[in-house]
Design a binder for this molecule. Structure first.
Ligand code: BDP
Length: 603
């Protein structure tokens, strides 16, 4: 799915701003039929939960309504008109005046409605969106809705981040010509010093010609071709490299036989290759070592609402710590984030919202599920199809981002349980078919060991989440070190594949200090990370370290969380804890090399 971009043939009207807002329980029946009668307004993009003081809104389970008026620009006559939501968490029903124009389930991917035959240039329409935050065993992430003694619904879920909901990403009204470029796929490779760019254009409309050209950052055309499918060769190509981004533009034009331009769309791309060879993760043929974090889209007041100021600041802090990469834990992030990563050379592991496919977490540290995770009444039924749809939408959206070097199919699934292989095999097959170019991974939960894991061989990289020294052997880093090393060596030996740490960390209260190994102190967080690093540096198959988490983030209320998860190396307000400085000392200047590796001469 193409990102909305203006071009000589395309316009965009941004619909962000304040929309009328009401809980379903306080709205009239069929609220899309009239002006929403409410005193409340909510900003778009933002999660709605933390905006209002009313606890009924924060804890609301079910549908809320957003509404505004939209005027279609007068000049759009004869054009196709498309309404596009960057995301609605978790399900949306969208009305134009009295008419339902689209529905979508899945809270972190975009969707569109074609309004061409529904709206008129110059005229105004009432846009109403119903937003449903309910999680069930047919949604990703999954959850359970029960009814409390007061008759009100209660939402529970297995993942460790607050169930923020709303219209969290930009909404746009876009015009395209009726004959238009519908989709573009770009796959890049290298032939000596040349870049090879295979492209595929999906065009809708008349029997026009497709012209394609690649333009470099200086604006020079470096290769061109015609036809919906082909290959461009860029001599002396400038590669997209981690820490040194370089983007070309692929300008795709649909042209009439008489030379008239029907549509034009510009797709940025970077030329780079990704490959797993033996126990190496190679970008452009060179071993790459991941330094960075599992992140979250999470900020005060906005919740999961996209915010360009935090985007810029977070990337500044990534750079300051020497992080070269992050994982989009635990859902696809806003497209703006990936565009920024493309432009700034930050490497991304792109994850679906498949978090919580593990009933073992209800068994606490025993990991024994009260009922098997992949039983038909749990996630062994329709969930596989839901998961496949999430993967399709993720790849459709993100396939052209050079920053995305790996797909992460799930966070901490019950890969140790019976049924895991049957569940994951078709999904792995699907992703390899949709994108044969990128390696695949999943983040392995503590209960999945090198002995009992059932799916590691299906994937290319083993990403391991571990909390030795925190949930296990709390405060005893010496014992934690022994167990961690044994565990990680086990994965490396059994599978013979690259291994990385996709989560490790400790909750830390900023300002708490101790001369001892005192959990929650800033020193303990740094010492725990240092212990992990000693172990990583002893394992040859190790290809990266992603600390959990970049910043403190909000979770549901619980006795083991004090105003959220505090494993951030930065606070929720992005102030550094001591560990941020320790990481900076380890990571700065590595430039994708494994710590301790000598700098090669040509560097
Ligand atoms: C891991 C989860 C992550 C949690 C983390 C923690 O993948 O989402 O936030 O534990 O407990 O199991 O901090």
């Amino acid at each position: 799915m193409l990102s909305p971009r203006t071009s000589p043939t395309r316009d965009i009207v941004g619909l962000d701003g304040l929309w009328r807002f009401a809980l379903d329980s306080r709205a009239t029946a069929e609220p899309w039929r009239a002006r929403l009668d409410t005193p409340l307004e909510a900003p778009v993009p933002a999660s709605y939960n933390d905006l209002f003081t009313d606890p009924e809104i924060r804890d609301h389970v079910g549908v809320v309504w957003y509404q505004r008026e939209v005027r279609v620009p007068r000049g759009w006559s004869g054009q196709r008109v498309v309404l596009r939501f960057g995301s609605v968490t978790h399900a949306a029903q969208v009305y134009v005046d009295d008419r339902l124009v689209t529905e979508h389930t899945g809270g972190y991917t975009p969707f569109e409605a074609d309004l061409t035959d529904v709206v008129a240039p110059g005229a105004e329409f009432r846009l109403t969106a119903g937003v449903d935050n309910r999680l069930t065993n047919e949604t990703l992430p999954p959850g359970t809705v029960t009814t409390g003694p007061d008759g009100r619904p209660r939402q529970s879920y297995l993942h460790d981040f607050y169930n923020y909901a709303g219209i969290a990403r930009p909404v746009r009204l876009c015009s395209t010509p009726r004959s238009h470029v519908e989709d573009i796929t770009v796959v890049t490779g290298r032939d000596g010093s040349a870049g090879v760019v295979d492209y595929l254009v999906e065009a809708v409309g008349g029997a026009e010609e497709v012209r394609v050209r690649a333009v470099d950052e200086a604006g020079a055309t470096v290769a061109s071709s015609t036809g919906t499918e082909g290959s461009l060769r860029i001599e002396d190509v400038t590669l997209w490299r981690p820490g040194a981004a370089y983007l070309y533009d692929l300008i795709v034009e649909l042209v009439c036989p008489d030379g008239k331009l029907l549509d034009s769309y510009t797709q940025p791309f970077g030329v780079r290759t990704v490959e797993v060879r033996g126990t190496d993760f190679l970008i452009n043929g060179e071993p790459f070592y991941f330094t960075g974090f599992g992140k979250h889209e999470d900020t005060p007041v906005r919740g999961k609402g996209h915010d360009d100021a935090y985007l810029v600041h977070d990337f500044q802090l990534l750079d300051w710590t020497g992080a070269n990469s992050f994982r989009t834990a635990h859902y696809p992030y806003a497209e703006e984030v990936l565009d920024f990563a493309d432009r700034h050379g930050v490497v991304v592991i792109d994850e679906t919202a498949a978090v919580g496919l593990n009933l073992g977490v209800q068994g606490g540290l025993t990991g024994v599920p009260p009922t098997p995770t992949f039983a038909p009444e749990n996630f062994g039924g329709v969930m596989g199809d839901v998961h496949a749809q999430h993967l399709r939408e993720l790849i459709e959206r993100d396939k052209n981002h050079p920053s995305v070097v790996m797909w992460c199919l799930a966070n901490e699934p019950a890969s140790n349980e019976e049924g895991a292989r049957e569940y994951f095999e078709p999904l792995v097959e699907l992703v390899r078919k949709l994108d044969p170019t990128r390696p695949l991974t999943y983040a392995a939960v503590m209960f999945a060991t090198p002995q009992n894991d059932r799916i590691g061989d299906l994937f290319d990289v083993l990403s391991i989440n571990r909390y030795y020294g925190w949930y296990l052997f709390t405060g005893d880093l010496a014992t934690a070190e022994t167990y961690l090393e044994q565990d990680l060596r086990g994965w490396a030996e059994r599978f013979g594949k690259p291994v990385m740490m996709s989560e490790y960390g400790a909750d830390t209260q900023p300002g708490l200090h101790s001369v001892w190994d005192a959990p929650w102190s800033e020193e303990y967080q740094s010492d725990l990370l240092a212990m992990y690093h000693r172990v990583f540096d002893r394992i040859p198959a190790f290809v990266g370290e992603h600390v959990w988490n970049f910043a403190d983030f909000q979770t549901s209320a619980g006795i083991h969380r004090v105003d959220g998860n505090k494993k951030g190396v930065f606070t929720r307000e992005r102030k550094p804890k001591s560990a941020a400085f320790a990481l900076r000392r380890r990571w700065q200047g590595l430039d994708g090399r494994k710590p301790g590796t000598p700098i090669a001469e040509e560097d």
